[in-house]
Design a protein around this ligand. Structure first.
Ligand code: 2RA
Length: 329
């Protein structure tokens, strides 16, 4: 497979290269792509050295698959050009996620929807992926009426600038700000910009993308997304009301048998998910599973995942693996 990685020098791009290598994805030729300022840089991949190229050069090289993590504007401009050249694009930006002609894919849930005709495929937002992977099998069994989710999101979701801001603040050094406020010893209740309804784009991604991936617009979702000064991954406190009642041990069993999900749930041994231990792993970890005693048919859970891996790079590569395995590229 001739594989382009667009945004190869960025935080997610670097993780995509690492995951491609870890999973022995059949790369016969790598095309690292980045902005003009990075053109010519060398990238080592699987013992070979490749020079970073610009966008049009990459289009002309007619990759089989292009994994994008380069922002919405770049994706809106260039994904159609790659697709027109015959390349299948899997995009990490929000550009195509809610486009009714594009598939929004978490492989374990809805990869079966993919066809050869899908030339631009959207990778969901990181905080959405980890939540729907846990909720989809429970929806199938108990039918979700409403989700209330509060997220505690790693600064790596913002990128290198945010990581540098935290390091500077920790060291007592003034530097460039990724956020409006200090993030060290703080929690900022704003991830991305505000929409007219008073919610942030990050919060509305959880609302809109969840419905599209699970395939049920009757699911009601409300979210509060908070940025916290950690690097290992995103954590989510999820309260979910079902139409039907459930048995907590059956919920644990369903999740235990769900591909890509690891149940870490034992209060006797203080076992529960934490970003510190999720970092660098591809699974979604769920714990603190307990009935909400304040209302019927309602469950509380704590869900943690490495936002750069299953939340971005690994999910993207898993979509590519599905395409290859099913001869869709
Ligand atoms: C964030 N999910 O965490 C968004 C984009 N990666 O900021």
């Amino acid at each position: 497979m001739r594989v382009a990685v667009v945004g190869a020098t960025g935080m997610v791009g670097e993780v995509m290269l690492k995951v491609l290598k870890e999973r022995n994805f059949p790369v016969t030729e790598l095309i690292p792509v980045a902005s003009e300022k990075s053109v010519g840089k060398e990238i080592e991949f699987n013992g070979q050295h490749y020079k970073v190229v610009g966008m049009q050069t990459a289009v002309d090289m007619k990759a089989d698959i292009a994994l994008f993590s380069a922002g919405g504007d770049t994706s809106r401009e260039w994904a159609p050009k790659f697709a027109a050249a015959g390349t299948t694009v899997i995009d990490n930006s929000s550009a195509w996620r809610m486009d009714p002609t594009k598939k929004l894919v978490v492989p374990e849930i809805n990869a079966h929807l993919l066809t050869k005709e899908d030339k631009i495929i959207a990778n969901p937002n990181c905080s959405t992926i980890q939540m729907v992977l846990v909720l989809a099998p429970l929806h199938a069994k108990y039918n979700i009426k409403r989700i209330i989710v509060s997220t505690y999101q790693s600064i790596t979701g913002t990128g290198v600038k945010a990581v540098q801001q935290l390091e500077n603040e920790y060291a007592g050094v003034n530097g460039e700000m990724a956020y409006k406020y200090a993030i060290h010893r703080n929690a900022i209740p704003q991830c991305d910009i505000f929409e007219d309804n008073g919610y942030t784009k990050e919060e509305m991604k959880l609302v809109r993308e969840t419905r599209k991936i699970i395939g049920d617009d009757n699911i009601n979702v409300t979210a509060t997304a908070v940025r916290v000064p950690i690097v290992g991954g995103h954590s989510e406190a999820v309260n979910v009301e079902f139409t039907n009642d459930f048995d907590v041990s059956e919920v644990r069993s369903i999740l235990h048998n769900t591909s890509g999900v690891v149940v870490q749930d034992n209060t006797d041994t203080y076992t529960y998910p934490m970003p510190k231990f999720a970092q660098g792993k591809d699974e979604v970890f769920v714990g603190r599973i307990r009935r909400d005693e304040s209302q019927p048919n309602t469950l509380n859970m704590w869900i943690v995942a490495d936002n750069l891996r299953k939340g971005a790079a690994t999910n993207t590569v898993q979509i590519a693996e599905y395409l290859v395995k099913n001869n869709l590229v």
